[in-house]
Design a protein around this ligand. Structure first.
Ligand code: PHE
Length: 444
């Protein structure tokens, strides 16, 4: 069914790119990338990650854009349009991913809101680990999670131009400037050198294990917002004259740049304060325990740097959360014929409720993150690559619209048809049992 009012569109090309970059740049860049790199071979991991982005992430990103713009509809309808009813369940899986990811993502985002306020008031206290324990689970976590979801829903309810595009075109350039500024500041710190060394110390032995490969692929998918229809949905509001290959390269480059630069901020800060030994095994540890500890000891400078750092996280998280909710909202509008406002309020509310278990128990949050990454995104990405590579009638024709003269389409389709599915299958065979084991552990 086609809805009565004409489909919304981005006001400008820049607006679309900023919205897509906003979706990509988020907690994944600052919360996970630096830690993964330090844990898994430093510069060697960065190279592996770049390879994953180039040969797996980018082709899938372009595939999502092609499918979304080609169909001009939300995921379920887009898959049905080109693939018939048999492919609609994949669209539903995307919507389900949006539910699960946003539900716990918003809880973490809630922590960052709270931390921003605490940084500004210089009230982290002397026991950051204990403090994190207090605020990460229970009533505190619930309140900030609900506030964050309310803001996300309000922006999405305002629509593509007036809500999403407006927010992201202001927020993303600012975010980029602040992250670069923080990196410059971090470079002036005494122990910046050892911090960089810890971050990027090269160990090639590490990068060839299946687990590290799977971490790199999972991170590439999560960070580029792939495998759950977010980019697809954003692309469905595009006009035909956009150069999709250029845009996917721009989005991926910006996403990588922010992740990489965030690492250049985090590690010098930790080392400057002699906290390197406290860099714990977990991402959460580095970001929410050790860094506040660092800011707390830096006096007034820490107050400013800490506030900027956590505010950047809030903004990154918000622009990503918006895209997650938009997948669900666009689907409700297309499929149930609901108004945007109603869809944003009702589904924003339901997702907020789904996040409550994650706000009460951090192990539930961890399990949701693992299921979403290892199964939903990688599985969704695999199915999507197969769909655009093998099933969609003329994907190359669709890319060429708006991008004449580009010659590497066949390479793109070959990657989609063979390389992406092979890599993702290899990883899934290993990741699925691991995730099932985590889930079993949770219910034990
Ligand atoms: N890319 C976002 C981040 O790095 C997370 C995200 C995943 C957003 C999937 C939308 C879809 O934080």
């Amino acid at each position: 069914m086609v809805s009565a009012s004409p489909r919304e569109q981005w006001a400008s090309k820049f607006g679309f790119v900023m919205a897509a970059v906003g979706s990509a740049v988020g907690l994944g860049n600052m919360w996970r990338f630096s830690y993964l790199t330090a844990e898994h071979g430093g510069a060697a991991f960065v190279i592996l990650y770049l390879a994953m982005m180039l040969f797996v992430g980018l082709p899938v990103l372009l595939a999502e854009l092609v499918l979304g713009r080609g169909a001009g509809r939300s995921p379920v309808q887009a898959l049905g349009h080109f693939g018939g009813n048999a492919w609609k369940p994949l669209g539903l899986l995307f919507v389900a991913s949006g539910f699960v990811i946003l539900a716990y993502y918003s809880v973490i985002a809630g922590w960052t809101v709270r931390y921003t306020i605490e940084a500004a008031l210089d009230s982290f206290g002397s026991d950051p680990a204990g403090h994190f324990g207090e605020i990460s689970e229970g009533p505190q976590a619930i309140v900030w999670h609900l506030i964050f979801m309310a803001v996300t829903s309000a922006i999405v309810a305002r629509g593509i131009k007036g809500g999403i595009e407006l927010t992201t075109t202001v927020a993303m350039p600012l975010l980029f400037l602040v992250v670069c500024g923080l990196a410059v500041y971090a470079a002036t710190l005494d122990k910046a050198g050892p911090g960089y060394t810890y971050y990027l110390q090269t160990d090639f032995n590490d990068v060839f294990s299946r687990e590290v490969l799977s971490e790199a692929a999972g991170q590439a998918f999560f960070s580029l917002s792939l495998g759950m229809g977010a980019m697809l949905t954003y692309a469905s509001y595009l006009s035909k004259d956009q150069h999709l290959p250029n845009e996917s390269v721009m989005i991926a480059a910006a996403d990588f740049a922010v992740a990489f630069i965030a690492g250049l901020v985090v590690f010098p800060l930790l080392f400057a304060l002699g906290l390197s030994s406290e860099v714990s095994e977990s991402t959460v540890g580095a970001l929410f325990i050790t860094l506040p500890g660092a800011f707390g000891r830096m006096g007034a400078t820490g107050q400013i740097i800490g506030t900027l750092f956590f505010a950047t996280l809030v903004v990154g998280a918000l622009t990503s959360a918006i895209s997650l909710l938009e997948v669900v909202v666009a689907s409700a509008m297309d499929t149930l014929q609901w108004s945007r406002h109603k869809s944003a309020v009702v589904f924003g509310g339901i997702i907020a409720l789904c996040g409550l278990p994650a706000a009460v128990d951090i192990d539930v949050l961890g399990a949701m993150d693992e299921v979403a990454n290892n199964i939903f995104l990688l599985g969704g990405g695999l199915a999507l690559a197969v769909f655009v590579g093998w099933v969609m009638p003329d994907p190359i024709g669709e890319v060429q619209t708006g991008a004449p003269g580009v010659r590497w389409f066949f390479l793109w389709r070959t990657l989609l048809r063979f390389v992406v599915p092979a890599v993702l299958l290899y990883i899934l065979v290993d990741a699925v049992p691991r995730t099932v084991a985590t889930l079993a552990g949770l219910f034990r």
